[in-house]
Structures are given as C-alpha cells and as structure tokens.
Write a protein that binds this ligand. Structure first.
Ligand code: GUN
Length: 297
C-alpha cells in the first residue's frame, strides 16, 4: 500500500485565508486591527527565522504585528516588565514569548506572567487546566494543527486507538488531551516505554513527537493507519556539507504501510503559525466581546 500524503502546506494556506477573512470582519466591527505581540530574547538562529515568519504571516492576514527583540543578557525582571506592558496594551490581543529562553530565565515564571486570555500559545497553566477540563481557552498551536489535519482526513475520530509518542508540555501532553476530547482511546508512549514498536502497532492514529530522526519505522505501523509526524530534524544530506530535514518517522518505510501520512517538510510544520494566527483572531473577538462562531475557523 502507498499512503495518501496529507498536505499540511495546502491546509495551512486555506486556514490563513479564513483567518484573513475573519480579521477583516473584526477590523470593520472593532475599528482596529487584531494584534499579535511576539517577544524574542537573544539570537537563536532558528527562533529568529520563526519570529520573522510569524511577523510576515500576521501582516499578510491583515493583523498588526508587534515585535520585541531583546538582547540575550536581558534580566528576567526586564522581560517580565515587557510582558506586563503587553498584558495592559489594548492593541495587543495575543502574546507569544518565543522559547527557548536563555538559561538564566525561568520559563514557567515568564509564561505564568502572561494574561491567560492573551496566551495564544496555550502554555499558561490556566489554559492547560482549561484544556484538560474541557473549558474554552487556548490550545497549543502544533497539537491543535495535528487534530485539524486528522479530522480533515478521517472525519470523526471517535473510538479510534491513538498512540502519541512523546510527552512534552508543548506537543505530547496537549495532543493526548485533544485526542481524549475527540473520544479516542489514547496511549502516551515515550523513550522509556517497553516494546514501543508493539505499542505503536496497535494504533489507528500515530502522532510522533519525540525529536529523534526517523525513529518510527514502517514495521511499527498498523496497515492503513494515519501517521502524523511532528518531528523537524536537520540531518546530514547525501552530498557532503549539505543537510536535509527529516521527521521522527522513517517516511520511506512508513509510507508503504500507512493509509495516510504527513510529509516533512510540508506536513505539520506549516500548521503551527497558521493555528497561531487563528488563536489570535479568536482572542481578539473574545477580548473585545465580539461574537464569532469559532467552529468556522
Ligand atoms: N519555540 C518553538 N515552537 C514554539 C511555539 O510554538 N511557541 C513558542 N512560544 N516558542 C516556540
């Protein structure tokens, strides 16, 4: 069997278009654009690329982008003061502090300082609690993007066996919560799981988010399963000095067995920023008290 390829790039483009339409409507009703503030501390090259792309896509969707670039030696107190200012700024609907932060900062303390109603990353403990209890809040962008792709591919997920490989706060844990909310039977596996291939083989849905290049092999996959690969790993390419991106799934073997699979690049990756923009326009409506049918985006 050769798997169907799940085109996250195309889905993300459609989502950004829907966000753009809703953002124009928000501007007409609120008399201002929705606004997203992104805070970057230091010069991590990957983070700089993410932040630049976020800024560009925010503007392209008809929203305001506020970028705060702080030097790597910024004190935690100064960063907390920036967050406080953004919390109080009525032009800012969403706040994202780019992670990782420099090692002299306490990430949990900084995330806790963000107003949960502007926490479009969904990292604040209040939003983590809202997700686990089924209350409306904000859900981390990457796992929400994965569920959107799964529902687009499969329709209802009810009753399906899902295995999430990885237990991070950003992907694995919220992914499990979202799949429980979709009535899946969920197993969270990780690096210490015994007989991981056998656990993965039970799954109708496999979500790989471990950060290990090409770890999940085709022989681990149940024939016809849907495979979502969250990994983005840069490895040495065939030619000397060249690199290439691979996921956490061995695409060549897995795509021979799976029913559908996300590629890397072009699968889950483009969804993260598109969902961030979706969360921002949702935040803008909630915070301005303007009605929005959130199920349409
Ligand atoms: N660093 C890598 N991914 C993310 C993300 O989704 N949000 C934030 N804030 N930082 C990140």
């Amino acid at each position: 069997m050769t798997a169907q390829i799940i085109d996250g790039k195309a889905f993300a483009a459609g989502l950004r278009e829907r966000v753009g339409t809703v953002a124009a409507d928000f501007e007409a009703k609120a008399g201002r654009k929705a606004g997203l503030a992104v805070v970057l501390v230091g010069e991590d090259p990957a983070s700089q690329v993410y932040v630049r792309n976020k800024g560009k896509q925010t503007l392209a969707c008809g929203m305001e982008s506020f970028e705060h670039k702080l030097p790597a030696d910024t004190s935690e107190a100064d960063l907390l003061a920036v967050v406080e200012k953004l919390n109080a700024d009525p032009a800012v609907d969403g706040i994202l502090v780019q992670l990782p932060l420099p090692s002299h900062m306490n990430e949990q303390k900084v995330i806790a300082a963000i107003n949960p109603d502007k926490d479009v990353d969904g990292f604040h403990v209040v939003n983590v609690g809202r997700l686990s209890t089924g209350l409306p809040g904000f859900v981390p962008c990457t796992p929400l993007g994965c569920v959107m792709l799964l529902k687009d591919q499969l329709g209802s997920l009810s009753g399906l066996d899902a295995v999430v490989v990885g237990r991070s706060n950003i992907v694995g844990k919220p992914m499990a919560q979202l799949l429980i909310a979709e009535s899946c039977t969920v197993t969270v596996a990780h690096s210490r799981t015994q007989d991981l291939p056998e656990v993965v083989r039970r799954a109708d849905i496999v979500v790989a988010a471990v950060g290990r290049p090409e770890m999940v092999k085709g022989e681990w996959i149940k024939p016809g399963a849907t495979v979502i690969d969250v990994g983005i790993n840069r490895v040495a390419g065939a030619e000397e000095g060249k690199t290439r991106l691979v996921g956490d799934v061995d695409f060549a073997s897995a795509s021979e067995v799976a029913g559908a699979i996300t590629p890397v690049p072009g699968g889950v990756g483009p969804m993260t920023i598109a969902v961030l923009l979706r969360n921002t326009i949702v935040a803008a409506h909630r915070n301005a008290g303007i009605a929005l049918d959130e199920s349409t985006i």
